[in-house]
Design a protein. Structure first.
Length: 255
């Protein structure tokens, strides 16, 4: 599967976790639907899953593969709900209008219901799809909170639709891991018009991006885990960012 992150940067255990998730028929189906609907979302989702696998294996936060596996699957499926948003909005390369942004902000709810239907016995997967923007802080361009959906709506949706309750500690940890992976992949500071369908999105250094992300997540009122977990997750992500930049730089020089 294509991603900005070369597979050679990941350990055998990390790549095995990715392949195990991909082998699941429900995850396969989700990825096929995402790829057909919008390739850039698919490309991003693969990168997020790779970072989730690396963080969970390296950050000394989880030592149980039965817990890591659904988190990796959640990485692949966190944006599944974008297939329920108008295609012209999802694939747009222009700044969103207020109406388009309100449509886009519904995608975590879509991710929840699509993953719940595919993984009824793995509640952490739809839960993280629903909550992967919860830890964002600050105000968006239209004067609203960057944390969405509304936390009361999130809690009510889970309380009503999840038959099996999610372990609160695993959910809190999963929220940190998937938020870090999502934010870092989306801000990879590499001139990648030819290597990434989102194009050249950021020129900031990994150090700047990681520190900005740390401040944002640790400032969230919904962070229910020690801040050290955020630091550990970002440390792994920064290492992979720097290795990826070096890898692509070497490849450009060779060509």
């Amino acid at each position: 599967m294509r991603s900005i992150f070369p597979s050679v940067l990941f350990s055998s255990a990390e790549n095995l976790a990715l392949k195990s998730a991909e082998a699941n028929s429900a995850c396969q189906n989700a990825l096929s639907i995402i790829e057909e609907y919008d390739f850039k979302t698919y490309y991003h989702s693969v990168g997020v899953a790779q970072l989730v696998s690396a963080i969970t294996h390296r950050a000394d936060l989880i030592n149980d593969e039965t817990i890591i596996q659904p988190l990796v699957t959640a990485g692949y499926e966190h944006d599944f709900g974008k297939v329920m948003v108008a295609k012209e909005v999802v694939s747009s390369s222009k700044a969103f209008t207020k109406n388009e942004w309100e449509q886009m902000k519904l995608h975590p709810i879509g991710s929840f219901f699509l993953s719940l239907a595919s993984h009824p016995d793995e509640p952490i997967i739809p839960s993280l799809g629903l909550r992967h923007h919860t830890l964002q802080t600050g105000i968006d361009l239209f004067g609203n909170s960057r944390s969405y959906p509304d936390q009361n709506d999130v809690n009510q949706i889970e309380a009503f639709y999840l038959n099996t309750k999610v372990n609160p500690k695993i959910r809190s940890l999963g929220m940190v891991v998937i938020t870090v992976a999502d934010q870092i992949e989306a801000q990879m500071p590499i001139e990648r018009l030819n290597s990434h369908p989102y194009g050249d999105r950021s020129h900031a250094s990994p150090d700047v991006i990681v520190e900005k992300t740390r401040i944002e997540i640790t400032s969230s009122p919904y962070l229910n885990i020690e801040q050290s977990a955020v630091v550990k997750a970002l440390s792994v992500a920064k290492e992979i960012m720097k290795q990826t930049i070096e890898y692509h730089g070497d490849n450009r020089q060779k060509t």
